[in-house]
Ligand binder design. Structure first.
Ligand code: E4P
Length: 216
């Protein structure tokens, strides 16, 4: 499973990139607003810090507008992935941009049929939002399961990018189902390494090692 981090905070991105565990980045207009920075400037900085795909979202609602914005964003760096919403216009823009060789992430996916359409439109990534479905008492993980099955049935190359992840358990479940990528908030990503028994084990090993009086 690939790990993307879901943030526009460059320092967090650099810190995670240094671990060698980061495969890409996703942003959205809310995260850009939160960063308080210029959109294109921050995307350029993230693209320089990370080798993998960096999602930058369009804000136009019509296909032509999305394509025009997508082309501008794609010029920033070769690892820019243009993010378009899951609407008919978004799918139209997805087709045009992907045919022109631009990576496209179709976002705000809440049903298996939407994911099927995105794959047919040539999406590089489909982003089903797990947490937002859970928020309205619909099992977000079931959507990942359905999309996996459909994409496998027809050998679609579109990668399932599990999004709106809120917990470590979301990551585990998405990995068990076979999502290709998980985009995870920095705190959740860093939390994946933690286990109290690991800390306890280190503590007792070090205490015993000290008794030997040796150095490595
Ligand atoms: C994905 O690309 C989105 O930016 C993100 O995962 C949305 O998560 P949220 O529902 O926690 O805002």
């Amino acid at each position: 499973m690939k790990f993307f981090v879901d943030t526009a905070e460059i320092n967090e991105i650099k810190e995670l990139a240094a671990t060698g565990l980061l495969d890409g980045v996703t942003t959205n207009p809310t995260l850009i607003a939160k960063s308080g920075r210029d959109f294109k400037e921050v995307i350029a900085e993230i693209c320089a810090a990370v080798e993998g795909p960096v999602s930058a979202e369009v804000t136009a609602l019509d296909a032509d507008g999305m394509v025009a914005e997508g082309k501008k964003l794609a010029k920033i760096a070769k690892n820019v992935t243009v993010k378009v919403p899951l609407t008919l216009d978004g799918l139209k823009a997805c087709r045009t941009l992907s045919q022109a060789g631009t990576m496209v992430n179709v976002t705000l996916c809440f049903s298996a049929n939407q994911a099927l359409l995105a794959a047919k439109a040539g999406a590089t990534f489909i982003s089903p939002f797990i947490g937002r479905l859970d928020d309205i008492n619909i099992d977000g993980m079931e959507l990942i399961r359905e999309i996996r099955q459909i994409y496998d049935n027809y050998d679609f190359g579109t990668e399932i990018l599990a999004a709106s992840i809120r917990t470590a358990n979301h990551v585990k479940e998405a990995a068990l189902i076979g999502a290709d990528v998980a985009t995870v908030p920095p705190a959740v990503l860093k939390g994946l390494v933690k286990h109290p028994l690991t800390d306890k084990g280190i503590e007792s090993f070090l205490a015993d090692w000290k008794k030997t009086g040796q150095a490595i």
